[in-house]
Write a protein that binds this ligand. Structure first.
Ligand code: IMP
Length: 435
């Protein structure tokens, strides 16, 4: 078994944060670290996430169930901050059970987590279509509209699934507004409560046994000094407050969201681990200062197999952006970093790092918050010689090629935080822990 104990020393509660625009390889890192952890908690997002885990020559993509499910005995919690599509969750539960994993006393679903219904997915897709050129490029999984229902205080929560009559009444009362929009804004046929309910009925029965008061469960866990890993989905730059708004997701993937999305208080957090790729990717629309439209971009996409785990869309690719990474480190209080997909750079002759932005003829190392400024950024680069060596099988940090170490060194000194882990391939074994 991959030993991560020293990585976890002094940890009680650790947050795993995506430090870019998502798809940083959080699934692999959570899977690795969860072998020594007692609770793994998803705290935001929904089935828009796709956390890929590779083990024993199998590849599994998890959308809702925490990535600790395949490792050790960790209890896996879908926290109150998550929005749950019952149909997607049922499919995932069945896939995991088919692999011989018993979820009894392993999976816990917060009764306060909000539920994604048919009309959330429909509205997500219709709104995107209406945005035309300004489309956000959402995953179409109903995430935004489900959070709108939550914030508008008309959402259906997992706890509501326990009482069919009350559930139908709540859906019915929502349908007045929803159908109004469907008919008058989108020219669509209205939907009926029985249709909505029948679509989820079988799935609801499959997930009911796991619904609980997860906040209380986690408070008890903290009281008995259990170790907890909070698994972020998406990434810091997609955060609804701090990301490249409006081209963001509708939740808070940043460290603050980990507390509100789980009920774990800030003072309980001992470590915040940021995950960054050795380069950058983004799916969907919105600013991406270091995006490449040349052969290097194509090569990153091909070598890194950069296609969305949820939607299959090709990801936009570019050089690592240190201005954005430093911003993510500050936002989240990241005190240690993991560098993923380092091997994807193995055959590049020249590798670049963005060290500053030029905006309006001024050089800055501050990540702007306005979309107008974000769209004007011209990246300032520092070039590095590539190492031209396959690093997949290297298992100690010191054995990495000198040029790779220089690349890592530069990032660390720019950011002021060191890498504890370097991932050199998709498998668990292709991981270097730094002592
Ligand atoms: P939504 O979360 O489906 O509303 O999509 C909003 C934006 O976030 C879009 O640009 C998506 O491509 C992006 N996004 C959502 N989930 C993920 C993810 O797990 N990885 C990367 N990008 C994501």
């Amino acid at each position: 078994m991959f030993c991560t104990s020293f990585f976890l020393e002094s940890m009680a509660v650790r947050i795993i944060i995506g430090a870019q625009w998502g798809d940083e390889g959080k699934g692999k890192i959570v899977d690795l670290l969860s072998s020594d952890v007692e609770f793994v908690v998803r705290y935001q997002g929904g089935a828009n996430a796709g956390h890929t885990i590779k083990f024993d020559d199998q590849k599994v993509v998890l959308h809702l169930v925490p990535s600790g499910i395949f490792n050790g005995k960790a209890s896996c919690v879908i926290g109150n901050g998550v929005v749950i599509d019952p149909v997607a969750l049922r499919e995932e539960i069945e896939t995991i059970e088919d692999m011989g994993i018993d979820l009894t006393d392993r999976l816990f679903i917060s009764e306060s987590a909000h539920i994604i219904l048919h009309y959330h997915k429909l509205l997500d897709q219709l709104k995107e279509k209406n945005r035309g050129e300004d489309a956000i490029g959402t995953t179409g999984r109903g995430i935004g509209p489900a959070y709108v229902s939550k914030i508008s205080r008309v959402g259906i929560r997992a706890g509501d699934l326990l009482n069919e009559t009350a559930l139908k009444r709540k859906i019915e009362s929502n349908l007045a507004d929803i159908n109004e929009a469907l008919i008058h804004i989108y020219n669509e046929t209205p939907v009926e409560v029985d249709f909505i309910y029948n679509e989820i009925r079988d799935s609801v029965n499959r997930i009911i046994p796991y619904i609980c008061n997860s906040t209380n469960l986690l408070h008890d866990a903290l009281k008995s000094s259990k170790s907890v890993l909070l698994e972020g989905a998406q990434g810091s730059l997609l955060d609804v407050d701090h990301g490249t708004y409006p081209y963001v997701t509708s939740s808070s993937p940043t460290a603050g969201g980990a507390c509100t999305g789980s009920g774990i208080p800030p003072m309980a957090i001992s470590n915040v681990t940021g995950i960054t790729k050795a380069y950058c990717t983004r799916v969907g629309n919105g600013p991406f200062p270091t995006e490449l439209f040349d052969e290097d971009g194509d090569k990153l996409r091909k070598n890194g197999q950069e296609f969305g785990a949820t939607t299959g869309r090709p990801r936009r690719c570019g050089w690592l952006d240190l201005v954005a990474l430093k911003y993510a480190v500050r936002l989240n209080g990241i005190n240690e970093l993991a560098l993923t997909k380092m091997d994807v750079l193995d055959s590049f002759k020249t590798i670049k790092l963005c060290t500053a932005y030029k905006i309006d003829n001024e050089i800055t190392d501050i990540f702007p918050s306005s979309i107008e400024k974000l769209e004007q950024i011209e990246p300032v680069y520092k070039s590095f010689d590539g190492w031209n060596k396959n690093i997949n099988e290297i298992d100690s940090f010191e054995d990495l090629p000198q040029k790779a170490l220089e690349y890592i060194d530069f990032i660390e000194s720019y950011i002021g935080v060191s890498f504890k882990l370097v991932s050199t391939g998709p498998k668990r074994s292709e991981t270097i822990l730094r002592s």
